[in-house]
Ligand binder design. Sequence first.
Ligand code: ATP
Length: 271
Amino acid sequence: MVAHVGITSLSSSIACMSRPRRFSFIKPKPLAMATMHDDPIREWVLSEGKATQITRISSIGGGCINLSNRYDTDAGSFFVKTNRSIGPSMFEGEALGLDAMYKTGSIRVPKPFKVGVLPTGGSYIIMEFIEFGSSRGNQSALGRKLAEMHKAGKSEKGFGFYVDNTIGSTPQINTWTSDWIQFYGEHRLGYQLKLARKQYGDSTIYERGQRLMKNMGPLFEDVLIEPCLLHGDLWSGNISSDKNGEPVILDPACYFSDYYMLATEQPRNLA
Ligand SMILES: Nc1ncnc2c1ncn2[C@@H]1O[C@H](COP(=O)(O)OP(=O)(O)OP(=O)(O)O)[C@@H](O)[C@H]1O
């Protein structure tokens, strides 16, 4: 089983794993009660989503950070996440990640459709709704499909991503960097060490980390590391399967890096 064990998302992962999935139904508002511009989600579904009618909106549990809803319409179903307090940049990062993975034509991911701002504050993302199967699917198929994605998702800009995104709710810095050691040292290890020092006020681990960063170079002397597209937050809660048992991955924090970081978040020779 591929498991994400990054520092930032471990505690939120545990909290999320223990959450039961909950479904409840919300009666869609009749048109007269919600004018189109009051509700950009409804507006998108009834225009670019090509629906003429929303038949049901049901809430989906499972996530920790956002509210999730399924919109059933006469043009199929849509999956919608909203966050009442955070601006659109978190969902923009998610949409760019989903789009990058979708375009590799390898593993199944929901196609992102729209990100926007809610008139009452906060933001939303609309994407393809995927009907999940009952199991987590075939794990060797998952491994093969991920490898296909890594092969297909290449970067011409080096290590990083088009935007900074978030892992859980922690910012993830993706500044394009041509050298992997520099990228990993500065934007992954170094950034996390700074957060740990700020949050816990203990500089011992920070100083040890700085020493490690300075001495990483020789460990990778003869290793060729090519940037490839990573999901970036691949823990069991972000892996599922569709009705046909095909693996599906969700809720990414994508960036281009060493594919070995997929499983361990540790550089290969230090694991
Ligand atoms: N495209 C989709 N189609 C159908 N159901 C989905 C889809 N994406 C996610 N889900 C379901 O909704 C739940 C919540 O989604 P997700 O994990 O993306 O929310 P989140 O609040 O952003 O999560 P987290 O707190 O883990 O970052 C998932 O556990 C999954 O069951």
